[in-house]
Design a protein. Structure first.
Length: 129
């Protein structure tokens, strides 16, 4: 859980150092580089921990979510470098699509798992009797 905090802090320090030595060149993606690990990593992880729902997120779900956060953070960094260099490319779209796919798969898996838990056992008596 605290790994997200460390990554967010590292991204913030990296951005500050890079902006200090960048001769006035900046990118909003570089300035906001710390946000994906903070808002999509640390906040949900701490919320699950505080509400005692960590067990709802299985290992594959956590792996997919972590991959989404890492891909999005990398996409922010790639986009920042491209912006600072003064160029434009479509390569960074791959990062947005992949991170969205990772997040969607994680949400789908946790939704499917929760639906299985709520379904009554086969052969049980109906609730209206």
């Amino acid at each position: 859980m605290k790994t997200y905090g460390i990554v967010a802090a590292f991204c913030g320090v990296f951005s500050a150092v890079y902006l200090h030595y960048s001769y006035g060149q900046s990118s909003p993606f570089l300035v906001l580089l710390f946000l994906p690990p903070l808002l999509l990593g640390l906040v949900p992880a701490e919320t699950l921990l505080l509400t005692d729902r960590v067990r709802l997120a299985s290992k594959p779900v956590r792996n997919l979510w972590n991959s989404g956060v890492a891909t999005l953070t990398t996409g922010f960094l790639v986009r920042a470098v491209i912006n600072i260099s003064g160029r434009y490319t479509y390569y960074d779209i791959l990062y947005w699509v992949l991170s969205a796919a990772f997040f969607a798969l994680a949400v789908l898996m946790i939704t499917k798992r929760n639906a299985k838990r709520r379904r009554p056992a086969a052969g049980g008596t109906p609730a209206y009797r």
